[in-house]
Write a protein that binds this ligand. Structure first.
Ligand SMILES: C[S@@+](CC[C@H](N)C(=O)[O-])C[C@H]1O[C@@H](n2cnc3c(N)ncnc32)[C@H](O)[C@@H]1O
Length: 359
């Protein structure tokens, strides 16, 4: 069973994922290059482009449209099959509504034939050699499963070095999480290597850490501090909280490249690297706050953004002990703390991206 059931549904993710949308927009030139470089299918056969971890789809449709524009610009006029894939527990109803509301996706006469596939991207999802371009945004940060090594010190693994004096990360935790993340990425790439035809492209982008900082700083500090405040007030049981760990791993660029490393990377014979970078940019709500100074709007958007991807995990971990009121109480406390000390919980989007070519 995967470590997550996906994002908060009912359109909530779509409405609270401006950070992820900005991350995809920042990759427009990468997406275009991937579509421009991918080998085309033989005359008349469809060009298959798959997005792995598409969620409810509003952001994914944006990436797909970028691919279609790029294909049309290079004179590829044949049919295109955009495949949207996510866990079986994903809100596919909203995905299909988004496809129906999009002019390009709805009009089959334009040669666009969208489809969806449910299943974990740590498994095989499509027929061998059938994909010409694979993409994944903000998704392979989710581990297949948490390592057996418990990590009670913080709400998410932030290693290898701790960013807070009050959080200790034992060496055994570092070893267990980095090994799980390494194995998961290899598994993901092995599955894609089988699906992507020789000459195809694979664009992998994920929230990351660079040499100085992790994308998790600020947001997970806020969540952790909010939970500890509720523990102090005896509204949250410490042991129950300590059992909750987000099944997320913020890779460095080096870790993303390790599977294709010439010196022994297991995927080296199947993928070469066309481009690899890590970049930082402000979140849209952080930039808006810097311009307007509207703290109330900032707090709402920041915590909504966090809620969209963390709520299912908090509910699964805490509701059995505390009932349904505990998770809303955490987000309310996050809002309170953020209003009191916005500078302490500032976040920067840090994204690592690699464009692979299938050998
Ligand atoms: C933060 S959302 C990103 C959605 C979209 N790509 C974007 O950038 O806005 C992460 C998505 O990855 C999906 N996901 C997590 N683990 C997965 C797995 N093992 N297999 C397939 N999808 C997974 C989640 O269900 C979720 O929809």
């Amino acid at each position: 069973m995967p470590a997550t059931i996906g994002m908060k549904g009912d359109g909530f993710y779509d409405d609270h994922s401006s950070g992820q949308r900005a991350s995809i927009e920042s990759l427009a030139s990468w997406i275009e290059a991937a579509a421009a470089g991918a080998h085309l299918p033989t005359q008349g056969r469809p060009f298959v482009v798959a997005d792995y971890g598409s969620s409810e789809g509003r952001n994914s449709v944006l990436a797909m449209r970028c691919v279609i524009d790029s294909l049309r610009r290079r004179g590829a006029t044949g049919p295109v099959c955009p495949i949207f894939s996510d866990l079986v527990t994903n809100n596919f109803n909203q995905l299909f509504r988004n496809l129906d509301e999009d002019d390009v996706m709805r009009h089959r006469e334009g040669g666009i034939f969208p489809a969806a596939v449910g299943g974990s991207f740590y498994t095989s999802l499509l027929p061998p050699g059938s994909v010409h371009l694979g993409m994944t945004f903000n998704a392979v940060v989710w581990l297949d499963r948490l390592p057996a090594e418990p990590f009670p010190e913080f709400i998410v693994y932030m290693g290898p070095r701790s960013h807070r004096a009050d959080v200790r990360i034992p060496a055994a935790t570092v070893a267990a999480f980095s090994q799980q993340a390494a194995n998961d990425l290899i598994r993901f790439l092995e599955c894609r290597a089988a699906e992507i035809a020789p000459g195809g492209r694979l664009l992998v982008a994920q929230p990351a850490r660079d040499h100085e900082r992790s994308i998790g700083e600020g947001l997970y500090d806020l969540m952790h501090d909010a939970c500890l405040a509720l523990v102090r007030e005896k509204r949250l049981d410490l042991a129950a909280y300590q059992r909750v760990t987000m099944p997320i791993y913020f890779r460095s660029l080096d870790e993303m490249l390790a599977p294709v490393d010439a010196a022994g990377g297991p995927l080296h014979d199947r993928f070469s690297v066309e481009r690899a970078e890590v970049e930082r940019f402000p979140t849209p709500f952080g930039a808006a706050y810097a311009r307007s100074g509207d703290l109330a709007a900032y707090v709402d958007e920041y915590v909504g953004f966090a809620q969209a991807f963390t709520e299912p995990i908090l509910r699964a971990g805490l509701e059995a002990v505390h009932g349904p009121q505990i998770v809303p109480a955490i987000y309310e406390r996050m809002k309170l703390l953020l209003r009191e000390a916005p500078a302490q919980y500032e976040i920067e989007y840090i994204q690592a991206a690699v464009l692979f070519a299938r050998r």
